[in-house]
Write a protein that binds this ligand. Structure first.
Ligand code: IMP
Length: 182
């Protein structure tokens, strides 16, 4: 995670709710085409992905049999020295074998969380496995991890809103904001 000091306040809007909505609809269209007539388990990583996932699944066409599931994870080590090992706080309930799975994350920062989860879930032999990430910070990337559905690439700024938080705050904002110190 991006290093953080004492306190932050909202800086400005990086992505408006309209842009997020438009891009989410495009992703939902691609998913609808790809999984037409199939059963699809959409797995959200709590808590950051909840709002994005709630919008995304409602835009996927009815011709896809969508199921929802969740995982909760936390990374070992403090925020500035992510070790890459991820602790599973809550696993998904679905038996993954033979399912088409899309893992939904709010943001890929270093990529350590996503690459760990990808490897772990692929080992369960799903019929197919893809990742859908709303935001990616390419400048911060440490681990290679394929992202099949990507919302936006953003600069190396700490962002909040639309599910993303700073110390638990601001998840409920409709737009995505960058924060400033002070
Ligand atoms: P990674 O393992 O470094 O890719 O970390 C991913 C996790 O760090 C995300 O799921 C978020 O919980 C958190 N994170 C990284 N950057 C931000 C940010 O800008 N705002 C809010 N959370 C972030």
């Amino acid at each position: 995670m991006t290093e953080m000091n004492a306190s932050f306040k909202l800086g400005g809007i990086l992505l408006s709710k309209e842009r997020i909505h438009e891009r989410t609809a495009e992703i939902a269209d691609s998913i609808s085409r790809e999984y037409d007539g199939k059963r699809l388990v959409v797995v959200g990583v709590l808590k950051g992905a909840v709002i994005f996932m709630a919008d995304l699944v409602r835009m996927i066409k009815d011709s896809v049999d969508v199921r929802m599931d969740f995982m909760a994870v936390s990374s070992y080590g403090d925020s500035s020295t992510s070790s890459g090992a991820v602790k599973i706080i809550k696993d998904m309930d679905t038996f993954a074998e033979d399912e088409h799975i899309i893992l939904v994350e709010d943001i890929m920062d270093t990529g350590l969380t996503l690459s760990y989860l990808r490897e772990m879930l692929m080992a369960r032999n799903p019929r197919s496995f893809k990742t859908c990430v709303l935001l990616e910070k390419p400048e911060r990337k440490k681990a290679e991890c394929a992202i099949e559905y990507r919302g936006f690439e953003i600069p190396d700024k700490f962002v909040v809103g639309y599910g993303l938080d700073y110390a638990g705050k601001w998840r409920n904002l409709s737009d995505i904001w960058y924060v400033t110190e002070g």
